[in-house]
Ligand binder design. Sequence first.
Ligand code: RB5
Length: 143
Amino acid sequence: MTQTVALAADHGGVELKALLVKDLVAAGLSAVDLGTNSADSVDYPDYADRLAAALKDGRAARGILICGTGIGISIAANRHKHIRAALCHDETTARLCREHNDANVLVLGARVIGPEVARACLNVFLSTKFGGGRHIARVAKLG
Ligand code: RB5
């Protein structure tokens, strides 16, 4: 399982992020919390950029991004070439984004899924390996 995970969220994802940070630490993993940490309104692209920087400079190998729907922050994250961010709503998409897409960032929408589903997505995302094989060339074409 990946040892260091960076997390970032806009104001819509603050509470869910705090819960997931706690879970990661309880599981013995390191969590790099990149904010935001209050309910004050912020712009989700800034937090996607923070997370992209943390993965680029090696502070973390995997990332979690959260906003209200997960949509805006995943669009922003995927503008970075080294990021493959997958917006997931259940364990199946969380597993397949690792097996098929080698996603390095899990994106969650705090206003559209509940905390238990989010926890399950995180657990599967971190414990599932890339499938390789036929997926290698396809992922390579993503750039
Ligand atoms: C913020 O109100 C909201 O727009 C944001 O969290 C997200 O849902 C955008 O995609």
